[in-house]
Write a protein that binds this ligand. Structure first.
Ligand code: GRF
Length: 226
């Protein structure tokens, strides 16, 4: 990227693509980054339609068409690289990433996860929060490493959990926050305010030793319980 060019990102999805839509909207509104391609591992992912509607290159690489993980990885890496992105953005991409893949995009791949990591890595985070009786939940954006949902955390947004919440109401509250923080992080990366150096996050030129924390930025009417 030269100083006059916008940062370009490739987004990996597997389904609905609501985070992708939030990224598309902010990229069009604020023009800090452009989305060069959206790639899904499922042909019927609704996010592919969102990409096409926005005039973005949309591709599907279905792992069932490949004999093994290595050849799937090769095809995925090649397809991503053909867009020469500055940043790879995982937005609900439901595949375990191999060390080879992670290594290739080291320091320039981020993921969003619907929990306050390191709590609740993996799936079904909202139900697990309800089952545990937690009063606070949220979402995290982190750099991607070999460890599932385990890389250095950039930012977290916290939301309250109410007594009458169910999986759906809680998921919606968290998702509203995801749609705010993910485009925010991509914008920071595009503005070169955020980067990984020597396995350490740098934000505004200084090491980020703790994740940035936001409190339910989607809904001022629902403050966190004290
Ligand atoms: C989001 O909750 C995200 O945090 C998780 O998968 C979900 C994707 O939703 N990784 P969408 O496809 O962006 O609507």
């Amino acid at each position: 990227m030269t100083s006059t060019e916008k940062a370009s990102v490739v987004v990996l999805i597997s389904g609905r693509g609501s985070n992708l839509q939030a990224l598309i909207d902010v990229s069009l509104r604020e023009r800090q980054f452009s989305i060069a391609a959206v790639i899904s591992n499922h042909a019927d992912a609704y996010g592919l339609k969102r990409a096409k509607n926005a005039g973005i290159r949309a591709a599907c690489i279905d792992y069932r068409n490949f004999p093994d993980q290595d050849s799937f990885d090769d095809a995925l890496i090649e397809n991503i690289d053909s867009s020469k992105p500055d940043l790879l953005v995982l937005a609900g991409f439901m595949r375990i990433l191999t060390p080879r893949f992670v290594q290739h995009f080291q320091g320039r791949a981020i993921n969003i996860h619907p929990s306050l990591l390191p709590k609740y890595r993996g799936l079904h985070t909202h139900q697990r929060v309800l089952d545990a009786g937690d009063k606070i939940h949220g979402c995290s954006v982190h750099f991607v490493t070999d460890e599932l949902d385990g890389g250095p955390i950039i930012i977290q947004s916290r939301v309250p959990v109410f007594a009458n919440d169910n999986e759906d109401t809680l998921a919606k509250r968290v998702l509203k926050n995801e749609h705010i923080i993910y485009p925010m992080v991509v914008t920071w990366y595009a503005q070169k305010r955020l980067r990984m150096r020597n396995d350490q996050i740098e934000f505004d030129g200084k090491p980020l030793t703790q994740p940035l924390i936001l409190q339910d930025i989607s809904d001022a009417q629902n403050p966190l319980p004290t």
